[in-house]
Design a protein around this ligand. Structure first.
Ligand SMILES: Nc1ncnc2c1ncn2[C@@H]1O[C@H](COP(=O)(O)OP(=O)(O)OP(=O)(O)O)[C@@H](O)[C@H]1O
Ligand SMILES: [Mg+2]
Length: 267
């Protein structure tokens, strides 16, 4: 199952992507978590060892490797291969984390709007396609805010798109855009998740706003000060306090996704 997590900056994408990866791994699934955010902080939420973390070089910064892969022998400057060989990259550069999970840090990707169709982007895009379409593990991708770099072919590989909102109209505005784009790109299972919810009146307002989107509010995760404390100490929330209310809620989200996995693949 390939799960993508998207939403506005700061809504809790990394918390959700990281904790779900841990829960799948704890349950015995083979998991590859993908950090595709330029801030690259998924390793904290996953609880990757410091010595491992310090050595991680994001794929987007492996200039020599990118140059080699995208090189077109004999071609002049500015000409490069937009479909480089990438199939060996995940296994070569992934690192191991707790519960046997693996992490691949892609780094951020320049949006095409900036006019940068550079080799780094070509390689990352091809790699995302390879990860989402060709691999057979549970893959969880922590995406950057927008999904502009998602092509139709890559999006087709996404089995479940989790769109994260916090209780604010601004974050719902972006969710609306992400949902529209995902639908256009052919993603079928799109679910809205509310995070940092303080009381029911907030979910009522969210439900009112999303009424005509034809997307259910799949799950809501409470605001929980434990998450901030874990962040401050640099500890994975699931290790810091597995009984905290946000982690418990993520465990219940995990159960729903596991059930969905059975419905999608095992029947
Ligand atoms: N349920 C929650 N309760 C309290 N704080 C939360 C909750 N979820 C996330 N946070 C806090 O909100 C901040 C943003 O969370 P997180 O990094 O997971 O979001 P993000 O969407 O990945 O952000 P970015 O766009 O910067 O990558 C963090 O400081 C985190 O501790
Ligand atoms: Mg993040």
């Amino acid at each position: 199952m390939k799960i993508a997590v998207a939403g506005k900056g700061g809504v809790g994408k990394t918390l959700i992507a990281g904790t779900l990866s841990r829960l799948f791994a704890k349950d015995g699934f083979k998991v590859l978590a993908i950090d595709n955010d330029s801030a690259m902080n998924l390793s904290y939420t996953l609880g990757i060892d410091n010595e491992v973390k310090e050595k991680i070089v994001p794929i987007s910064e492996m200039k020599k490797m990118i140059e080699k892969r995208t090189n077109v022998p004999g071609a002049g400057p500015g000409v490069y291969n937009i479909n480089p060989r990438v199939s060996d990259i995940p296994d070569k550069y992934k690192v191991s984390g707790p519960d046997g999970l693996q992490l691949l840090v892609l780094g951020g990707i320049e949006e095409p709007a900036t006019g940068c169709l550079c080799p780094e982007n070509a390689l990352i895009r091809t790699l995302l396609h390879n990860l989402l379409v060709k691999r057979d593990e549970v893959i969880v991708v922590d995406f950057e805010a927008g999904l502009e770099h998602l092509g139709r072919g890559t999006a087709k590989g996404i089995d479940v798109m989790l769109v994260i909102a916090e209780p604010s109209q601004k974050s719902l505005d972006l969710c609306h855009k992400v949902i529209d784009l995902s639908k256009k790109l052919g993603v079928i299972n799109i679910y809205l998740i509310a995070n940092k919810v303080i009381d029911e009146s907030q979910t009522d307002i969210i439900n009112e706003r999303i009424n005509e989107w034809n997307i259910p509010l799949y799950h809501s995760i409470p605001y929980d000060s434990v998450i901030g404390k874990a962040d401050l100490e640099g500890v994975s929330p699931i290790d810091y306090n597995p009984d905290s209310k946000a982690v418990k809620s993520l465990i219940s989200l995990y159960s729903k996704l596991k059930q969905l996995k059975v419905e999608l693949f095992d029947i």
